[in-house]
Ligand binder design. Structure first.
Ligand code: SAH
Length: 368
């Protein structure tokens, strides 16, 4: 037995710890289960893994095509200009993954050197493993980059916030309609295995319909509401614009969207906690409601297809293709098409911008 093991006993897996917790305290909410699976300090999915890319569990838009980050760069520059081109602007990315979006964005921003010198980049990332990848990727960009734990830690000043596939990784609460109303959906143990069960008390989830069929599931996302509050607080003092891109739905609806993904395939959400990516679709309507309730302006929700084409995807692609060889051209075309094809990411993925009420409608939304 090693010295460490003799002092502390053998290390328990996250699964064992969750089972002990449930045995002790009773079923835990889906929210707390999801939070532990994703963010447990020792064994949470995002803490130590390299989830993104061909060798990871899933792939994201910036990893598919450089055009994605470049066009978001164009969007940021236009927003900065709408703010009156302030000398300093916080450029904040939530959940920057492998740093690819920010690298492509900063490269595209070379066309407006004043924006690049104004940009103070803050990366909000909870995964130490990904921070290391981001450091490597963004080394030598010639731009100030600071890693922070929370958006609250970004110093005062105008801010442009971007987040691709960040919100879907924040835990959701789920509620189940029963005989006498909504109850929290929980994870308990049956026959030694995790199982979905229903909590004891009836509750009134904010925004939920009062009537739904028995067994219907409704979701809320407290951390997204808290994030919107933070943005709204900033926006009362400083020009603020935040762009969220994610998969989700535009009308608040009933449905269980919790999904587990491992090795690019769907998996069981109760299997191998901490080793599987758990996400849930984003309720864009709820996000917009939370934003307007806290004093921010929310744009209409548009599809990723509309967003990228509106920002000039086809023109950018034509330019890149003009100086590419045949193999590169094929790659550029297939990557970009995957982002905008309605059968792939074009319509499932959606975009919304939340801004200080004093700012003009952000580019694209202003133009449409
Ligand atoms: N935006 C990237 C990565 C998306 S995956 C891309 O498009 O490729 C989700 C990212 O959010 C990861 O970087 C993950 O580590 C980070 N993340 C998830 N929950 C977080 C939290 N609560 N705080 C900070 N970062 C978080």
């Amino acid at each position: 037995m090693s010295a460490a093991a003799s002092r502390t006993g053998p290390r328990l897996s996250l699964e064992q710890r969750l089972k002990e917790r449930i045995a002790r305290e009773g079923p835990i909410s889906v929210h707390d289960y999801m939070e532990a699976c994703l963010s447990d300090p020792d064994a949470g999915y995002y803490r130590a893994r390299q989830p993104i890319g061909a060798t990871g569990d899933f792939i994201t838009a910036p990893e598919i095509s450089q055009v994605f980050g470049e066009l978001i760069g164009v969007w940021c520059i236009a927003v900065w200009q709408q703010m009156g081109s302030p000398e300093a602007v916080h450029l904040v990315e939530l959940g920057p993954g492998r740093g690819t979006l920010m690298a492509d964005l900063l490269r595209a921003a070379r066309i407006v050197p004043a924006f690049r010198s104004a940009a103070r980049v803050s990366l909000i990332e909870q995964s130490e493993a990904l921070v290391a990848v981001q450091r490597d990727r963004l080394d030598g960009q010639g731009v100030d980059i600071v890693w922070r734990d929370r958006i609250e830690d970004v110093p005062p000043g105008p801010a442009i916030v971007i987040a691709n596939e960040f919100l879907d990784a924040l835990p959701v609460r789920q509620f189940v309609m029963t005989d006498d109303g909504w109850r929290e959906r929980c994870v308990g143990i049956e026959g030694g295995h995790f199982a979905y069960v229903v909590g004891n008390d009836t509750v009134t989830p904010p925004g939920a319909p009062t009537h739904a069929e028995q067994g219907a599931i409704f979701e809320t996302r407290p951390a997204a509401d808290a994030l919107v509050e933070q943005l709204a607080m900033r926006a009362t003092h400083h020009p603020t614009a935040a762009l969220f891109i994610d998969y989700g739905y535009t009308t608040t609806a009933i449905g269980d969207t919790l999904q587990a993904v491992r090795n690019h395939a769907y998996a069981d959400s109760l299997d191998a906690p901490g080793e599987t990516d758990l996400t849930a679709h984003v309720d864009f309507a709820a996000l917009a409601r939370a934003a307007t309730a806290s004093g921010l302006a929310a744009t209409p929700v548009i599809s990723q297809n509309q967003f990228l084409r509106g920002l000039g995807l086809m023109e950018r692609l034509a330019k890149l293709c003009a100086s590419a060889d045949e193999r590169q051209r094929k790659q550029l075309m297939s990557g970009a098409m995957r982002l905008i094809d309605p059968d792939q990411m074009g319509t499932l993925f959606k975009c919304i911008a939340l801004t200080s009420p004093g700012l003009p409608a952000p580019p694209l939304w202003g133009a449409t």
